[in-house]
Design a protein around this ligand. Structure first.
Ligand SMILES: Nc1ncnc2c1ncn2[C@@H]1O[C@H](COP(=O)(O)OP(=O)(O)OP(=O)(O)O)[C@@H](O)[C@H]1O
Ligand SMILES: [Mg+2]
Length: 338
């Protein structure tokens, strides 16, 4: 996650990648949002979606007046329980659905303008790939759709297969792939055209902890290359690890929007982490906190996360096959909160 001064980001952007100063002002009543001082890549204004039945009768109000902006180089997370409108938002941004009210702009153009598709990559919630093709054929097929010359295509296919860790399974038909492998080839397909904007619907679903970590690293790598990523998930830890900003949806309504670090900071608690403190020193720190009328909330050795532990054990097992994993001693980091 990038470290920026949150105060410098209280700017509503009007410029877009294609027309830096040409964007219209936000719709009346739209809230000022925290955004980077980078060009706006996605923008929704009072975006709403009502699903109707065969006779045109209202069935579900899936999205209600969503105002959202996403800037270049940012990872924006859509978070919310099942049925809260995340996939609907992504499909509206892609132009796969038409809004009932409001509008969605991508690179300053309407989401329904097909010319933007060349700059977009999409990993859908469910895979729509051809089951009888293998990984190479799949990526080659999508490369052809983007009119990539044969040489460039071949190079890109090799590069992506390696990137998503499917080198050993590159000639196996997709119908033989596990769920996690299907997710990986889906991501490779989404990146075939080297898109500037990547929309990922539940990117880590079905992935094991190693695959999840790799997916998160890939998302951060895309960000470091200046790409914009919009992802939705209900796996909170994944969102927290990679997203710069999050929008929390509930029943189609935007409930919260802001930088993850700002939203999660507990302003009135100070956390200190130190290594190598003697018991006397720790005692002094306790005294110091008491002298200053502070309240010591916690002072102990931190625990690692289950994800860290799992990854360490798997890596150890790969390095020393056939032996029981050696779990390193916990580092004694005195953690003080007060
Ligand atoms: N094609 C459709 N026709 C009718 N209703 C739909 C359709 N697609 C989605 N909905 C409804 O719209 C609402 C939002 O659905 P959406 O798929 O956007 O949710 P989501 O946040 O992606 O959920 P999940 O976490 O389960 O993927 C739900 O009530 C859903 O039943
Ligand atoms: Mg969904």
């Amino acid at each position: 996650m990038s470290e920026k001064d949150p105060k410098s980001e209280m700017v509503t952007q009007a410029g877009t990648l294609d027309s830096p100063a040409a964007g219209a002002p936000p719709a009346a009543g739209a809230q000022t949002q925290e955004t980077d001082s980078k060009p706006v890549v996605i923008q929704t204004r009072a975006l709403s979606k009502v699903y109707r039945d065969f006779w045109g009768r209202q069935k579900v109000r899936a999205l209600k007046a969503l105002d959202l902006e996403g800037c270049q180089g940012e990872v924006l997370g859509l978070l919310g329980p099942n049925g809260s409108g995340k996939t609907t938002t992504i499909k509206l941004l892609l132009g796969l659905l038409f809004p009932s009210e409001g509008e969605a702009l991508i690179f300053g153009k309407s989401a329904t303008d097909v010319s933007k598709n060349e700059r977009i990559g999409y990993l859908p919630e469910e895979s729509y790939l051809y089951r009888f093709l293998n990984a190479e054929e799949t990526l080659d097929f999508y490369g052809r759709l983007f009119d990539m010359p044969a040489e460039v295509r071949q190079q890109r296919v090799d590069e992506l297969i390696r990137l998503v860790g499917l080198d050993k399974a590159r000639r196996r038909q997709l119908q033989e792939y596990s769920k996690g492998m299907t997710r990986r080839i889906g991501l490779a397909q989404a990146l075939i055209n080297d898109p500037d904007l990547i929309l990922l619907d539940e990117p880590t679903s079905g992935l094991d902890p190693i695959g999840t970590r790799e997916m998160k690293d890939m998302i951060l790598r895309l960000k470091s290359e200046g790409k914009t990523v919009v992802m939705c998930s209900h796996l909170l830890a994944d969102v927290q690890d990679v997203c710069d900003r999050i929008a929390i949806l509930h029943q189609g309504e935007l409930k919260e929007l802001g930088r993850v670090d700002t939203l999660l900071t507990v302003a009135d608690v100070t956390q200190i982490r130190a290594r190598g403190l003697s018991p006397e020193c720790q005692h002094e720190i306790r005294d110091c906190i008491a002298r200053h009328q502070g309240e010591l909330l916690e002072m102990d050795n931190p625990t690692t996360t289950l994800e860290e532990l799992f990854l360490r054990i798997v890596r150890d097992s790969e390095a020393r096959p056939g032996q029981r994993a050696k779990v390193e001693g916990q580092e004694s980091i005195a953690r003080i909160q007060g």
